[in-house]
Structures are given as C-alpha cells and as structure tokens.
Write a protein that binds this ligand. Structure first.
Ligand SMILES: C[S@@+](CC[C@H](N)C(=O)[O-])C[C@H]1O[C@@H](n2cnc3c(N)ncnc32)[C@H](O)[C@@H]1O
Length: 264
C-alpha cells in the first residue's frame, strides 16, 4: 500500500466476510443511473474507490474494458474474488493516493458507500489529476433502511440507529444521513440523483446487517449485545417465530453525486 497508515479499518477482520454475506448487491437501477450519465463511447477505464469486496467493481467490468478496485483494508481486499473478471485488478491503497495511475488516464471513478471516509480535498485533487478531461466521478450512498410494512419495527430500528448507537457512529456517517448534501465537489457540473429500492428481507438477514455497521461494532466493544433482544422484538412486531422468511419490506434510499468537467 502506498500511504501505509490506515487507522479507520471499520470493515476489516471478521466484518469483511459478514459484509460480503449480508450487505446486498447493488440493484440494476443503481448501475442504470451510472451508465445513463456516462457516454457509451468513453468506457475504457474505470477505477472503483473503496471497492470493499469488489461487488460494484465486477459489475462495472461488464461494461468497461478495464477496471481497478482500490481499498486500503486488507480484510476487504482479501474478500475480493480475484479471478471472477479477467479485466479487473485490485490494489490495496487509500483513495487519496492514486500514484499508481497516470495523469488523465481514467474515464470514470466510482465510489460506492465510501467517499465519506476519505479526505475529500485530497481525493478530489487526485481525481482531477487522473481523470481524462472528459472523465466523470459517480459517488453514491444509501441511508438507513426504511422499514415499510411495520410501523413498530420501523420505530425500534430507527431508535437503535439514531439513539442507542448515537455516540458510536463516526462523525463521517452524518454525511450519509444528510444524503451527501454537505459534499461539494470542485467540478463544473455536479448533478444529484435520488433513488429508492425496495426488497423483502428475513428478520435473520436484517439483524445480520447490523453486524456490518461501524457504529454497532464500536458499541459492542463496551456494551452488551443488543441483537438477541432486537431479534425478539422484531419477531413480536411481525407476530411470527419465523426468522428465515422474507417478511420485512425494506426500502434503501440511495443518493448519487455525478461530477463532470465542462468539456465533457
Ligand atoms: C461501506 S464499505 C463499501 C464497500 C463497497 N464499495 C461496497 O459498496 O460494497 C466502505 C469501504 O471504504 C473503504 N475505505 C475506508 N477509508 C478509505 C479510504 N481512505 N480510501 C479508500 N477506501 C476507503 C473501507 O475499507 C471499506 O471497504
């Protein structure tokens, strides 16, 4: 890794495999937003920053000739399937240091649920250096899942996110809660897009998503685990003992920022 110090590895260790198992793959609607904003003739080289286990990296490799996934977390890089796409490479590095890329060589930089962890001034400076004049950045995040079909379960879930874990979220998470509106990229064209995606999940799956949250894992270091009790409460809310059937209607609220230069 280039800049070797990575203190904020919230998704390393055992969290990496839980992340791969329980954070859902991005739906096709997400890739449609990206591709609708990118010229079909400019799909040579894409770099996916904060790639995690590479789920978006591999998907982007279906449309770009070459894709590099970049992440500073050893645990996350270990979870990346290195043989799935022949046109993908993974590099362990922070997104603020892209010194392994030539000036003006990249068509698209993507950052999925990760840009809030970066030093934005340094990152955007690197983007300007490595992007072609016609290049673009697409960053996206999703906020807390909105539980649609059970008001009581929604209140319990939101109470844990906003109150129980309040002091355990890193300050960066505020950027997600605020739909990335605080991020002001220094580009000529900055477009913002919202998207809702709804899917049904089991109580078991939903509970396991908590285990991938940085705030939950910080809380767990000094507090008793909330998940056994939370699971009981959700089962009560849905009047069931079945934690495996997909009964929780979950809406993921996505926010995108798309940046381009005037020339593009
Ligand atoms: C919430 S995960 C998202 C992973 C992946 N993009 C996805 O959507 O599944 C955030 C990722 O950002 C990475 N990250 C944290 N700080 C970073 C930095 N300075 N540069 C690049 N990636 C970083 C973490 O290691 C983690 O893999």
């Amino acid at each position: 890794m280039n800049d070797n110090t990575f203190e904020k590895d919230y998704f390393g260790g055992k969290v990496s495999s839980l992340y791969k198992q329980y954070r859902l793959p991005y739906p096709s609607d997400v890739y449609a937003v990206i591709l609708n904003h990118i010229d079909p003739l400019r799909r040579d080289f894409c770099v996916d920053i904060g790639c995690g286990n590479g789920q978006a990296t591999h998907e982007l490799a279906k449309v770009f000739k070459k894709v590099i996934g970049v992440d500073p977390s050893q645990g996350q890089i270990d979870e990346c399937d290195k043989s799935m796409s022949p046109n993908v490479d993974f590099i362990q590095s922070k997104g603020e240091d892209l010194s392994f890329l030539d000036d003006h060589s990249v068509d698209l930089i993507t950052v999925a649920q990760a840009v809030h962890w970066l030093d934005l001034d340094r990152f955007f400076k690197e983007c300007k250096r490595v992007l072609k004049k016609t290049g673009a950045i697409v960053m996206w995040c999703y906020r807390i899942i909105d539980l649609k079909n059970n008001q009581k379960a929604k209140e319990i879930h939101e109470n844990h996110y906003f109150n129980t874990l309040k002091d355990y979220w890193a300050p960066e998470i505020k950027m997600i809660d605020n739909e990335y509106r605080d991020i002001k990229p220094p580009f000529d064209i900055v477009e913002r897009v919202s998207l809702n995606y709804t899917i049904k999940l089991s109580i078991n799956h939903f509970i396991n998503i908590y285990k991938t949250w940085s705030g939950y894992n910080s809380y767990l270091k000094t507090n008793k685990d909330i998940l056994p009790d939370l699971k009981k409460q959700f089962l009560d809310c849905y009047h069931t003992t079945d934690d495996k059937s997909s009964i929780m209607e979950c809406t993921y609220p996505y926010s995108f920022i798309i940046c381009k230069n005037e020339e593009s």
